[in-house]
Design a protein around this ligand. Structure first.
Ligand SMILES: Nc1ncnc2c1ncn2[C@@H]1O[C@H](COP(=O)(O)OP(=O)(O)O)[C@@H](O)[C@H]1O
Ligand SMILES: [Mg+2]
Length: 512
């Protein structure tokens, strides 16, 4: 719990040390002799691109994964951590990327679950309530203890996870990508809490690949690349550019270069679109907007507020009520018709919808257009030469590495697999591009490239609808921004008016 020790006496001493942690999976060396230290009283950020090995390392510390090699020391003492129970006993708590709460249970039940105070054989709920209440006051958290957690917004569910760890007296708190599900304001509140927590002498390991927030929150940063520690720097002495360079091993440009848009005719018109979903987060409740040729319209919002349903309705993958018009023509809900009309789609789930993982690059590059010219002749025979020439052109133009046309899609890294999808969707000269999370899981170098290609398509007259949970991506690419919350459009802003604060309020459903 907070305040249990004299903070000044312990600050600066090493709380947790990892020495030469190694973990090999069949295809990858996820952690390669990783050593790092976190001290009492500090926030250590661990950053690295997707797949760098961050989550694996933290699961090792929490006893969820066994390392092949290496040592863990807590307070200078060698520790045996083979399951979470042992980590908890050593004062280690973890807030997972995906919460581990029991949905129908109340907040109080979730917090005390497995650590209930007892009176004889009975669980002492009165005492549990008093203890949790005291802890909440101390932490300045305000949670409705008798509400089932499934009824809470995600930001509050995360607080339940934190409270759960602190109820078990965690002094070292690990948070794995905790801001992925938060609005900017919720993230700021989390950061304020974490600063108070370490000021009392505790330690935090904060995992992220978002450099702006790492700079805002942490005291020191350890950068991991390809399973190895690249270096550790003091936050006040570093910059986003330096961290980015350490993450990818070269200089990168972090902003998109683009001129003003010159929007032309309306290409996509959506009117009073409704989709029935399993709960209020997966519905569309009357969405209307337009996208014109030559502009990028971004949809911002915390994931799971109807964005997936919107994209699927527009691309003909899901039934809907209301109207969708392409170039003034109403469309039947049919993916093939949409594609033939000139709709390209970069799907959010590249592996399920964007690629056939066992198909070659060449085959993946004609997916969706394989049955018609120029890929197939009148009778549907495939034109092998044309297909190969086309594949080589795209692989070259979209910088797919390795430059092969007959490697199975599953053999590419995330960034290169995404370049195949983007290359296929853009090289057909679409009238409308629907790009959903186009750079998720993609390394910084490839992000920059994909952004350039999207802007280029806009400048050649494509209407672009960009859906992204990454606020920086939406802000830097879009000409206009719409914010979605619980199946509705909360409002529209021009890109230059769209401050993080305004967007964040709308993303939380607050009407200003
Ligand atoms: N259970 C697993 N089995 C096989 N490979 C895994 C497993 N977990 C992670 N990996 C691989 O290990 C590498 C590091 O993954 P991870 O630790 O999740 O990275 P990060 O959290 O930095 O994105 C990735 O290449 C990933 O595919
Ligand atoms: Mg991870």
């Amino acid at each position: 719990m907070m305040g249990g020790m004299d903070p000044e006496a312990v600050k600066g001493a090493v709380a947790l040390e990892l020495r030469n942690i190694t973990k090999r999976y069949p295809l990858v060396l996820a952690n390669d002799r990783i050593s790092l230290q976190v001290r009492w009283g500090e926030v250590l950020a661990v950053v690295g691109e997707n797949g760098a090995g961050k989550s694996t390392l933290m699961k090792i510390v929490y006893g969820l994964v066994r390392p092949d090699q290496g040592e863990i020391l807590v307070d200078g003492q060698p520790a045996q951590i083979t399951e979470p129970r042992e980590a908890i006993a050593l004062g280690i708590g973890m807030v997972h990327q995906h919460f581990m709460l029991v949905d129908p249970f109340t907040v109080l039940e979730n917090i005390v679950l497995g650590a209930e105070p007892r009176q004889g054989a009975q669980i002492d709920l009165v005492r549990a309530r008093a203890e949790v209440g005291a802890l909440m006051r101390e932490l300045e958290f305000n949670l409705p203890l008798d509400t089932p957690v499934e009824e809470l917004p995600v930001g509050l569910q995360q607080r339940v996870e934190i409270l759960k760890a602190l109820y078990r007296k965690a002094r070292i708190l690990i948070l794995d990508e905790p801001t992925a599900v938060l609005t900017p304001q919720e993230a700021d509140e989390l950061f304020a809490f974490l600063r108070r927590y370490v000021a009392q002498g505790n330690a935090v390991i904060f995992i992220s690949h978002k450099l702006a927030e790492v700079i805002k929150l942490s005291d020191r940063v350890t950068v991991i690349r390809d399973g190895r520690v690249v270096g550790t720097v003091n936050t006040p002495e570093t910059s986003m550019a330096e961290l980015a360079r350490m993450m990818v091993g070269r200089e990168v440009i972090l902003s998109v270069e683009k001129g003003p848009a010159s929007p032309k005719e309306v290409v996509l018109k959506v009117k009073d679109l409704r989709v029935h979903g399993k709960d209020k987060k997966h519905r569309l409740n009357g969405v209307s907007f337009e996208v014109r040729a030559g502009e990028i319209v971004g949809i911002a919002g915390v994931e799971g507020n109807g964005q997936t349903e919107l994209v699927e309705a527009i691309t003909g993958l899901r039934p809907y009520e209301g109207q969708i018009e392409y170039g003034g023509q109403p469309l039947r809900p049919n993916a093939r018709a949409a594609r033939e009309w000139g709709v390209s789609h970069i799907p959010e789930d590249r592996n399920a919808r964007g690629l056939v993982l066992d198909f070659t690059t060449r085959e993946n590059l004609i997916l969706g257009d394989h049955y018609r010219p120029p890929n197939a002749g009148f009778l549907g025979f495939l034109d092998a030469e044309r297909i190969e020439a086309n594949a080589q052109r795209i692989v070259e133009a979209f910088d797919v590495r390795p430059r092969s046309t007959d490697l199975a899609a599953r053999r590419y890294s995330g960034g290169n697999a995404q370049k195949i999808v983007v290359g296929r969707e853009l090289s057909r000269g679409p009238r409308l591009l629907v790009a959903a999370q186009p750079t998720r899981g993609v390394d910084i170098g490839a992000i920059e490239f994909i952004h350039e290609q999207i802007v280029r398509a806009r400048d050649q007259g494509t209407a672009v609808l960009l859906v992204s949970a990454d606020l920086n991506e939406v802000r830097s690419l879009s000409d206009r921004i719409l914010v979605m919350f619980e199946g509705r459009i909360m409002g529209e802003l021009k890109a230059e008016e769209a401050t993080e604060e305004k967007l964040g309020l709308w993303m939380a459903g607050v009407v200003a």
